[in-house]
Design a binder for this molecule. Structure first.
Ligand code: SAM
Ligand code: SF4
Length: 351
């Protein structure tokens, strides 16, 4: 048991006064999970994620590796036990391995239970060995189709073979890989049962995600939206799915597929709201804290990092102030003609 397993008692003045007291939001949800976008840049341009001519942020606006390290370490000091590095494409970020190396000390100390990343896999073959050496045990790799031409079209130019080579390298290095797939009504719905069989056949769990209305893209997302309840029906026509308890505290609901022995997760922000047990917050690559993916609440942590280089007090106070604003939940809707629920792209916020 770590000190962070202790029950919270935020209402006592002592806890409130303790600058190291763990983070608890107004709905008594303990914040254990941080996702940080380390860059808004990406080598792919997935149709549902960003426009073809995406305007990326000026470098000066993006947190440096040192700032990212300080920020993450501060959250870990406040009880965050799971840290996911994402983007944009995290493996495109210069200095990414140094960041992982710095943060891996929290794994060794026991403060951090898991350091992980979500990647599109294009550069994984190059990085997998080092990531494993630095203490990363599991990663998520996003794959929406196994058809090379479709992959090229959906990602606007991606090379599926590179991603498969990345997955091969990750598994060879001992990393546990989970496949993330965005369910798209026209682009991959028919392929999802086969995609799942492929993933399970390679010993990889799979998580399906409903397309979310975040950031402008060139297409109307209504055309691509398909409820995961429908996908589950598709899968159940072929396999036996048995619900299993979700102990990750995350938004996914899991089922075991009896015939394959693999797990399938469903992230359903639109058709089934998952906010009650939400234990996570996100920080963008510009150092803005968002306590909810689907609401426009934000807290500027970059100013605290840059204005107070030798003093974490103002940063901690800003983090606490942000957590106090964490909303009860979001109410994403996806409706024809309606723009995105929030303007920022997933690549900036960190999916
Ligand atoms: N580039 C990396 C990748 O693709 O895995 C990490 C960042 S990406 C933003 C993280 C995840 O968000 C990916 O699995 C991607 O498919 C998903 N994603 C991006 N835009 C989305 C959207 N509008 N709705 C749902 N999922 C989205
Ligand atoms: Fe890049 Fe990931 Fe967005 Fe695709 S989903 S464009 S790989 S950030």
């Amino acid at each position: 048991m770590t000190p962070y397993d202790a029950p919270f008692n935020v209402s006592t003045p002592k806890a409130a006064a303790d600058s190291r007291a763990p983070l608890v939001d107004p709905f008594a949800r303990a914040i254990r999970y941080l996702r940080v976008s380390v860059t808004d840049r990406c080598d792919l341009r997935c149709l549902y994620c960003m426009p073809e001519r995406m305007t990326f942020l000026p470098k000066a606006e993006v947190l440096s590796i040192e700032e990212l390290e300080r920020l993450c370490s501060t959250f870990i000091g406040l009880g965050v036990q799971k840290l996911r590095l994402t983007g944009g494409e995290p493996l495109m970020r210069k200095g990414f391995l140094e960041l992982v190396e710095q943060l891996s000390r929290h794994l060794r100390s026991g403060a951090l239970r898991e350091l992980t990343l979500t990647t599109n896999g294009t550069r994984l073959a190059e990085f997998a060995g080092e990531l494993a050496r630095l203490g990363i045990k599991r990663i998520n790799v996003s794959v929406d189709t196994l058809d090379a031409a479709e992959f090229r079209r959906i990602t606007r130019g991606g090379d599926l073979a590179q991603v498969i080579a990345g997955i091969d390298a990750a598994q060879a290095a001992g990393l546990k890989v989970k496949i993330n797939t965005v369910a798209l009504a026209q682009d991959n719905r028919a392929e999802i049962p086969a995609l799942m069989a492929w993933a399970h056949g390679r010993g990889m769990d799979m998580t399906l995600i409903e397309t979310m209305p975040v950031g402008e893209v060139e297409q109307d997302r209504t055309d691509q939206f398909v409820s995961l309840a429908e996908i589950r029906r598709d899968l159940s026509a072929v396999w036996t799915l048995t619900d299993i308890a979700d102990n990750t505290g995350g938004p996914a609901r899991y089922a075991r597929v009896e015939e394959t022995g693999g797990r399938i997760g469903f992230i359903t922000p639109l058709s089934h709201n998952f906010c009650d047990s939400c234990n996570r917050v996100r920080v963008t690559c510009t150092g803005t804290l968002h306590t909810c993916l689907g609401q426009d609440d934000d807290t500027d942590l970059r100013a605290m990092l840059r204005d107070h280089p030798g003093d974490d007090g103002p940063l901690i106070a800003a983090i606490r102030g942000g957590i106090e604003k964490k909303p009860k939940g979001h109410d994403f809707r996806i409706a024809r003609g309606e723009g995105p629920a929030v303007a920022r792209h997933m690549s900036t916020t960190g999916g």
